[in-house]
Ligand binder design. Structure first.
Ligand code: BGC
Length: 647
C-alpha cells in the first residue's frame, strides 16, 4: 500500500465513495467501478444511486438456473467471457457475481440467481464463470458468503447450521469457486450461528486460510451494522458509502486497531492498483453478435423438456400461441434485473421465423405476484379448438420471484391454472411452456398437458430458443439442477423451525435430492431430469484407481435417428459408512454429444474429495477406507450403471 496515506484516508478507503466506486485518496488511487451482475450488466445511469429502473441497456443472458441446466461448464466460461466483454464496453472493473448459494428452500425469492441445490454443480459452474470473466482482465465478486438461502428478513435472521452441513453443503461451492481466484468475495446479509456475516471472523478465516482466498472481502449493500466490528473481523470494504458510519469511524480513527485498518485499507488499495494494471490489458474480443449468440446458445442448451407425449417436435401443424410470456419479457427482480438491449421478440414471430404456422391471441394478460389478469380467454378457447396444437406460456415474472422476499407458495396463480384447464379441454394437443426461476408445483394440471417445456428466465433470446426447441431445430438437452417436489410440504427445510431471529437448518444434509433419494419420497421431477428427442443407452462402465484418483469410463449410445446431447451424472455411495451419509451424492458430470446411431465414450475423474465427508470429530475432510459404489445415471432416480470399488 502507498505508505503516505493518512489515517483519515485509510478510514475512508475501507468504505465505498458512493454506491459503486472506491474512495481514490484524492486522486492517489485508481477509482474502480463495480456493477451488477451476474447475468447481464445492470448499471443505473446515475451511478450515485441504486436506481432499479433507469439502467443502461445490455445483453440479457439467461438466469443462472438456466446456465446450470446446460450441464456444460464450458458455457459458464463462455458466458463469463462474454460478460467480461460487456464490462469492458461499459468501463466496469468488477462484476458483482457469481452467486453460489445453495437452493435449500424452493420458495427462496432469489433461487433464479443461484445455480443448484448441489454444491458440486454450483461450485463448478461458478468457478468456470469466474475464469471466463477474469480472462478478460475484469474482476468478479463471489457472493453471498454464506448461507444466504432465504430472503426472509435477510438482514436479521441467523442461519443455525451444524458444522458438517456447513462444510459439505453451504461452504463447499465457495471452496470450489475459489480455485479460480475471484478478485473479491461479497459477504451476505444474514447471520450464521448468531454472528453477522460481515463480522464473521471464523468463516473469513476458513475462506482465507483453507480456501486460499487472497482478494478483497466486501460487504453486501447496507449489510454492515457496526463498521468497526466488521473491520476487526476482516471485512475489508463496507458498501455502499454510509455518511453516519464514516463519521463515527473518523471520530474514533486513532482508537481503531491499526493492524486491522492497515490490512483492509491495504487490500482496497491493492485492488485499485490491480484494476488499474488490468485495465491496460483489456481488449474486447466479442462483438455484439457474438455475445448475443452466447445468450441464445445458453438458453437453447438450458431449456428442459419435462414431458412429451408424442407432440414435440412440432411438424406442420397450425399452432395457436397464447399466454403472457409469449409477448412479455420474464425475468427475476432485484439487483440482477437486466434491461435487454434487444426488443422482445414475441414467440409467435419466432415460431414463424423457424417455419411454423403460428398465430397469437391473448388469454392470460398479465401476472402480478401470485395473481393474474385474464384477457379474453373465451376467444382463446375458440382459437385453441380450431388449431392443431396450443402452446400456452405461463410463469412467474419479477413481481413474484425477486430479491428481498420469498415466494408464498410454488403454484402458478389460480387464474393461470384455470386457463390451463380451459385450454386443455378444447385443444387437440396442449404444450405448456413455463417461464419461471424456481420449482413450480404442477400437480393440479400436468396430467392435462401433452408436453411441458421449462423455458425459465431465458434472457433476450428466449423466444428464439423456445421456438427452435419446439420445432426440433434444437434437440433439448437441459436437465434440472434442483428437485421439483410434488408438494412444498414434502421439503423438510420448508418445515424446519423459523422465527423472527433464527432459521434452523434442522434437516442437516437432507437438502434437495439428498433427502428425497435417501428417504424414497416421490417427487414431480427428480434432480438431473430432462428429456430429449433422442434416446440414449448407457453401457460399458469401467472404474479403476489411478494415482490418488478414480477414473470412471462409460459409453453413451444414441439409438435414435436424431443427433443429441446427454448430460451423464456420476453419483457416489459409501457402502461401509461410519457416519450418516445421504444415500448417494453427485460427484461428477459430463455432457456428451452423440450422433444418431452413434456412441461416445465419457471419462471422468473422481478425486479424494469425492469420497470424503467432513469429520467434526477430526475437524477435517476424511475418507474412511472401505467400499464405495459408483453409479452412473440419467438423473438421480434413473441409475443405469453401477460398480463397487474398495478404497
Ligand atoms: C444484493 C447483491 C448486489 C448488491 C448491489 C444487494 O442488494 O444482495 O447481490 O450485488 O445489492 O446491487
Amino acid at each position: 500500500m502507498k505508505k503516505d496515506l493518512t489515517t483519515e484516508q485509510k478510514v475512508k478507503l475501507v468504505m465505498g465513495a458512493d454506491f459503486w466506486t472506491n474512495y481514490d485518496a484524492e486522486g492517489a488511487l485508481y477509482r474502480f467501478v463495480v456493477s451488477d451482475g451476474p447475468v447481464g450488466l445492470r448499471q443505473p445511469r446515475d451511478r450515485m444511486t441504486t436506481e432499479q429502473t433507469d439502467c443502461i441497456r445490455s445483453v440479457a443472458y439467461p438466469s443462472f438456473q438456466i446456465l446450470s441446466q446446460t450441464w456444460d461448464t464450458s458455457l459458464a466460461y463462455e458466458m463469463g467471457k462474454s460478460l467480461g466483454n460487456d464490462c469492458i464496453e461499459q468501463d466496469v472493473d468488477i462484476l458483482l457475481g457469481p452467486g453460489v448459494n445453495i437452493k435449500r428452500l424452493p420458495t427462496n425469492g432469489r433461487n433464479f440467481e443461484y445455480l443448484s441445490e448441489d454444491p458440486v454443480v454450483a461450485g463448478t459452474f461458478a468457478r468456470e464463470y469466474i475464469k471466463g470473466v477474469q480472462s478478460m482482465h475484469v474482476g468478479t465478486s463471489l457472493k453471498h458468503f454464506c448461507c444466504n438461502s432465504s430472503e426472509l428478513s435477510r438482514k436479521w435472521l441467523s442461519m443455525e447450521v451444524d458444522e458438517r452441513t456447513l462444510r459439505e453443503l453451504y461452504l463447499r461451492p465457495f471452496e470450489i469457486a475459489c480455485e479460480a481466484q475471484p478478485w473479491t468475495v461479497m459477504s451476505s446479509y444474514n447471520l450464521v450461528n448468531g454472528v453477522r456475516m460481515s463480522e464473521h471472523e471464523k468463516l473469513y478465516g476458513v475462506l482465507r486460510g483453507e480456501f486460499g482466498f487472497d482478494g478483497m472481502i466486501m460487504s453486501d449493500w447496507e449489510a454492515v451494522q457496526d463498521s468497526e466490528a466488521s473491520l476487526n473481523a476482516g471485512c475489508n470494504w463496507e458498501m455502499p458509502y454510509n455518511e453516519r458510519h464514516q463519521k463515527e469511524m473518523l471520530q474514533k480513527a486513532e482508537q481503531l486497531d491499526r493492524a486491522k485498518l492497515d490490512e483492509s485499507a491495504g487490500r482496497v488499495a491493492a485492488l485499485a492498483e490491480k484494476c488499474a494494471r488490468e485495465k491496460e490489458l483489456r481488449r474486447m474480443d466479442m462483438d455484439l453478435a457474438a455475445r448475443r449468440a452466447t445468450a441464445q446458445k445458453i438458453e437453447e442448451e438450458g431449456i428442459v423438456l419435462l414431458k412429451n407425449e408424442g407432440v414435440l417436435p412440432l411438424r406442420k401443424e397450425r399452432v395457436f400461441v397464447t399466454g403472457a410470456p409469449a409477448f412479455r419479457y420474464y425475468f427475476g427482480g432485484g439487483s440482477s434485473n437486466v434491461y435487454p438491449e434487444r426488443e422482445f421478440e414475441p414467440l409467435a414471430d419466432a415460431l414463424g421465423s423457424e417455419g411454423a404456422f403460428a398465430e397469437f391471441a391473448e388469454s392470460v394478460w398479465e401476472v402480478q405476484g401470485h395473481q393474474a389478469i385474464l384477457g379474453n380467454l373465451k376467444a382463446a378457447v375458440v382459437k385453441a379448438a380450431e388449431s392443431d396444437v396450443t402452446v400456452l406460456c405461463v410463469g412467474e415474472p419479477n413481481s413474484c420471484e425477486y430479491e428481498g422476499a420469498d415466494r408464498q407458495h410454488i403454484k402458478l396463480s389460480k387464474e393461470e391454472e384455470l386457463a390451463i384447464h380451459a385450454l386443455a379441454d378444447v385443444s387437440e394437443k396442449l404444450v405448456v411452456v413455463v417461464y419461471a426461476g424456481a420449482a413450480i408445483d404442477m400437480t393440479d394440471w400436468i396430467g392435462e398437458a401433452d408436453a411441458v417445456l421449462w423455458a425459465g428466465y431465458g434472457g433476450e433470446f428466449v423466444s428464439r430458443a423456445v421456438a427452435r426447441v419446439l420445432t426440433g431445430k434444437v434437440n433439448p438437452s437441459g436437465k434440472l439442477t434442483e428437485t421439483f417436489p410434488l408438494r412444498l410440504e414434502d421439503v423438510p427445510a420448508e418445515n424446519a423451525y423459523r422465527d423472527e431471529a433464527v432459521m434452523l437448518y434442522s434437516e442437516g444434509l437432507n437438502v434437495g435430492y439428498r433427502y428425497f433419494d435417501t428417504f424414497g419420497v416421490p417427487v414431480l421431477f427428480p434432480f438431473g431430469f430432462g428429456l430429449s428427442y433422442s434416446e440414449f443407452v448407457y453401457r460399458d462402465l469401467r472404474v479403476r484407481k489411478e494415482g490418488g484418483c478414480v477414473k470412471v469410463t462409460f459409453t453413451v449410445e444414441n439409438i435414435s435417428d436424431t443427433d443429441g446431447k446427454e448430460a451423464a451424472q456420476v453419483y457416489v455411495r459409501e457402502v461401509t459408512k461410519e457416519v450418516y451419509r445421504p444415500y448417494k451424492e453427485l460427484k461428477a458430470f459430463k455432457k456428451v454429444f452423440v450422433k444418431a446411431h452413434g456412441s461416445t465414450e465419457a471419462e471422468l475423474t473422481l478425486d479424494e474429495r469425492a469420497f470424503a465427508y467432513y469429520s467434526v470429530a477430526k475437524d477435517k475432510w476424511t475418507v474412511k477406507p472401505g467400499v464405495f459404489e459408483i453409479m452412473v445415471g440419467r438423473n438421480v432416480e434413473e441409475i443405469e450403471l453401477r460398480q463397487k470399488i474398495r478404497l
